[in-house]
Design a protein. Structure first.
Length: 214
């Protein structure tokens, strides 16, 4: 079965390279291209591709496009293709539903097979990034959360956990907003809520409380 592909990147040369690469492989058919997040979402809704390849930092945010496509077209696999190996891009992309996160310096001869892996239900990610994902999971996994909740009697939402995690990493309101694709006002609201639930005075006290369970 041919994989129908959407390519979204604000750099024309990148789109052309990908179109030529995948067009030469009989396993793929490029059905729509876009230069920004809005075009990616509208193109995906119109064509309902099997696979959407999105640049993280294109206009309108590739992560925002990933959220929209993943939620409205759950059957479409999303892969981020980017120059960024920054955690502030990697983790929000995965939370947005990306099934793969590949760097633009990936060997082009290996890219088609990596995309086929995604279509087969396997993750596509450089080993060094996968190691960071595993480290992050171990750091804030279910067991640790259960101990924390039992000890402090708090019930935090998933988003509040994400905000608390990023606070613990030393990120400020603006950085958290960018990482989670939220407004600063929304981040402050989550901080106020988790501070209240934990029964502490401020965000610094919440971080110290969480750190005490390490």
């Amino acid at each position: 079965m041919t994989v129908r592909v959407l390519i979204a990147d604000d750099h024309l040369a990148t789109r052309e390279d990908l179109r030529d690469l995948l067009g030469a492989d009989e396993r793929f058919e490029v059905v729509v291209e876009a230069a920004d997040a809005s075009g990616a979402v509208s193109g995906a809704l119109a064509e309902r591709p099997d696979l959407a390849i999105l640049d993280v930092r294109m206009p309108g945010s590739g992560i925002a496009a990933a959220w929209e496509i993943s939620s409205r077209l759950p059957e479409t696999k999303v892969v981020m293709l980017t120059i960024s190996d920054d955690d502030a891009d990697l983790f929000p992309a995965l939370r947005a539903g990306a099934a793969g996160y590949l760097l633009k310096d990936t060997d082009r001869t290996r890219l088609p097979d990596a995309l086929i892996d995604v279509m087969a239900g396997r993750a596509a990610m450089p080993r060094e990034l996968m190691a960071r994902v595993l480290d992050d999971y171990r750091d804030r996994g279910p067991r640790r959360r259960t101990v924390f909740l039992d000890k402090h009697g708090a019930e935090l939402t998933t988003r509040e956990w994400q905000v608390l995690d990023l606070m613990r990493r030393g990120q400020n309101t603006a950085q958290i907003a960018r990482a989670l694709d939220l407004s600063r006002v929304t981040v402050r609201s989550h901080v106020s809520s988790l501070v209240r639930k934990l029964g502490v005075e401020d965000r610094e006290a919440a971080v110290r409380l969480f750190a005490s369970d390490d």
